[in-house]
Design a binder for this molecule. Structure first.
Ligand code: SAM
Ligand code: TMP
Length: 413
């Protein structure tokens, strides 16, 4: 085990407002969720302590230790956004909405933070609209470039944003999906947005929603890359701290439940009624209260008990259990529950960069998609359940059963 560097030491200082964070769930020693290893790499594997807490000032739910960004977003970062046809459609539709609703001036400029393999910007480019993606992870950025997209291979932060403002002028839209919640250094992000965004532009980002995570006990949304679990109230407070305003929210069904936040410079747009409505709903459900978060932590421990009991019983009965989808999320589940190759023989995944390697921390072999020969498949990619079950009907017909652990442990046959 490699020692944690000083940056990964637990802290109780809120990364959104500087006040005190109180922990409510300890998920223990965890690896880098997207670091799929060769056999030779297992000896020096990096681990950190994954615990999550809530700020007693601004209510922001966040990790209590930060993994240095260069460890996660590397040349060989293996997450390719276009791997799901449902997500491809989602981002094509999102791009069209942004083009029709926001990028409407004579020469609009759209910037994306974390453009990955170009799943969203591709539509912007095809519409002939000026664009730039920031993407520090080398290989996924190259895939985007191969689609003709303009990509800067750097982290978006205040310094890089200022350079683009100087060379390209103001942006009409700054968009990010499943990226802002990955970034602890929010001062620099909002400094960059302030520098680059036009006076009437919008900063739009979508990320997993705390309300859905609590309702579904989807604790696997908590891992090194997911530093923040956003709620509307915490994002509203955050935006105001930097001279911005939360002007719209939209619930999204993707990735198990997300919210798209639209942020404008303070006073430039009237907030939609949806903002107040979602915040009122959060008050009723007590989303970021310690009582609700501690109840969630108890639910998480119950899921662990049930899942380990089920897998142990199936093993004793001589059943063959495999995993489906070597997701980053599954690192939290397998490491927290102590699920290794003795309980789940292998995991299938369509991503070539993960195949032939071992899952982080628990070292379960990852195999290419092929015939699913098993009695049970544990669906780690539960957020893509409809897409996956539709294409794996032969598994079900042959008597195979799905194991799900969201919102609770159950078998679907
Ligand atoms: N937007 C895509 C999607 O929703 O599928 C990709 C999401 S992926 C989980 C997060 C991406 O953000 C990675 O490709 C990572 O390299 C990138 N990233 C992380 N920090 C970043 C930063 N400060 N600026 C730009 N990109 C960043
Ligand atoms: P995600 O839940 O973070 O989007 O990751 C999904 C993972 O599951 C990713 O590694 C690709 C994989 N996958 C499959 O193996 N088969 C599929 O049909 C889909 C949609 C995803």
């Amino acid at each position: 085990m490699t020692d944690a560097s000083p940056a990964d030491r637990p802290t109780t200082t809120c990364r959104a407002c500087g006040r005190t964070v109180v922990g409510f769930l300890d998920l223990g020693r965890q690896p880098l969720s997207d670091h799929f290893l060769t056999g030779a790499e297992t000896a020096g594997e990096y681990f950190f302590h994954l615990s999550v807490g809530a700020c007693q000032g601004c209510t922001m739910v966040q990790l209590m230790a930060e993994v240095p960004r260069e460890r996660m977003f590397r040349e060989d970062y293996p997450y390719y956004s276009s791997g799901s046809s449902v997500m491809q459609k989602h981002f094509t539709d999102t791009a069209r909405e942004l083009l029709d609703g926001e990028a409407t001036g004579p020469d609009p400029f759209v910037v994306e933070i974390g453009c990955n393999d170009g799943v969203l910007l591709r539509t912007v480019h095809e519409a002939g609209v000026r664009h730039l993606g920031f993407e520090p992870s080398g290989k996924v950025a190259d895939v985007a470039r191969s689609k003709g997209l303009r990509v800067r291979g750097d982290f978006f932060e205040e310094g890089t944003a200022r350079e683009i403002r100087a060379s390209d002028g103001p942006a009409d839209v700054i968009f990010a999906a499943n990226t802002i919640c990955h970034i602890p250094y929010l001062d620099s992000i909002f400094g960059g947005v302030d520098a680059l965004l036009g006076e009437d532009g919008v900063f739009v980002f979508e990320d997993p929603y705390l309300g859905d995570i609590l309702a579904k006990t989807s604790f696997d949304q908590i891992y090194d890359e997911h530093f923040f679990l956003f709620s509307a109230r915490a994002v509203q407070t955050l935006a105001a701290r930097f001279g911005f305003e939360l002007v719209d929210v939209r619930r999204l069904p993707v990735h198990g439940g997300e919210v798209r936040y639209t942020i404008a410079r303070a006073g430039r747009r009237a907030p939609s009624s949806r903002v107040a409505e979602l915040i009122a709903e959060e008050e009723v459900t007590g989303v970021a209260t310690m009582a609700r978060l501690e109840r969630f932590a108890a639910d998480v421990r119950a899921v662990r008990e049930d899942l380990v009991a089920l897998l142990t019983r199936l093993k004793a009965d001589g059943k063959r259990v495999v995993g489906y989808g070597a997701t980053a999320k599954s690192a939290t589940v397998t490491n927290f529950c102590g699920i290794g190759p003795e309980l789940v023989s292998w995991v299938t995944d369509t991503t070539p960069a993960k195949q032939g390697r071992l899952t982080p921390g628990t070292h379960i072999p990852v195999r290419p998609a092929g015939e699913l020969t098993a009695d049970y498949a544990l669906l780690f990619a539960w957020n893509h359940a409809d897409e996956i079950m539709a294409k794996e009907q032969a598994f079900r017909r042959a008597g195979g059963k799905w194991i799900l652990y969201v919102p609770r442990v159950h078998v679907r046959d």
